[in-house]
Design a binder for this molecule. Sequence first.
Ligand SMILES: Cc1cc2nc3c(=O)[nH]c(=O)nc-3n(C[C@H](O)[C@H](O)[C@H](O)COP(=O)(O)O)c2cc1C
Length: 307
Amino acid sequence: VSRILYLNYTQTGDSAKVGERFLEPIRAAGHEIVSQHIEPVEPYPFPWGSFSNMLQVFPECHFGGGKGIKPLTVANNEPFDLVILVYQIWFLAPSIPIQDFFRSQHAELLRGKKVITICVCRDMWHAGSQKMKELLVKGGAYQIDNIAVTYQGRPTATYITVPRMLTTGKRDRVWGLPPAEIEASQYERVGMLGEAVAQKLPTHGPESREPMLTGLGAVKVYRDRVIPEVLGSRMYYDWSRLVKYGPFNRKVMIFIFMIYLPLSITCCLPFVGLGCLLILPLLIGPVERYSQKLAQPSGEKAKPTKA
Ligand SMILES: Cc1cc2nc3c(=O)[nH]c(=O)nc-3n(C[C@H](O)[C@H](O)[C@H](O)COP(=O)(O)O)c2cc1C
């Protein structure tokens, strides 16, 4: 029987539901699970009320972090065979409460431990998951698997449905778009991955750093979104610095960013797309190499071999 530490922060409850679905088969197999919910000292409101309210936190997602987390009830030296960390993406980075966990003394819980991460987000998990890998390496943890879970619908639909849900709390269908929910098939997939972990745990020795979910489709990398995410992440970082050190006060800088963001998406993105198309042959190799890196440690779904 393995002793597992389950760590999660949740705002809407969605990532907690994903985490619970993953844990179900593991719990059923008799493994001991110690749950710790990460709570920020100053809670983030849900629903947020407006997109402008959401934007108030983007600088801290990339620079500086939040006001810290409430103390957890497990001691840093408690023994665990595995840590399962369920987190969400805010502005292409791990959410502030999760980053604050890594800044807290509780991050010592992860030192030398095997960690399975589950990343829940609207649609864009790549950049945030790379940042999570950096946090884990810095904290001395071993990430053995990573699962990505996204909301239902095309990116163009979730750009509307998920912010609508986050600002108003409404999840129903609007303009014929799918509801702002994680699809049942995603929960089934997560349950299947939890089942695989439950089965492999007894033979996964303490020294083993091997992934347990290789070839099972724990993540799917979207090649067409690799470049926009890299550029978007850079943009958030630069603007976070500008908000902090720029010529105007924070409120004014965030207001300017609020105008800049939709303009840059509607005006610059077509040019970026065109530019990428022109130099496509030069980009294919680097994008593929980066995608392979993103897919690690679990890798994407194994392609069926021809008989
Ligand atoms: C402030 C904020 C910023 C967000 N930024 C992103 C983002 O950059 N990419 C993305 O795919 N999802 C983004 N999301 C959607 C969250 O990942 C989603 O709300 C989360 O997975 C919901 O799970 P939870 O309520 O359990 O935290 C953002 C959500 C919030 C609140």
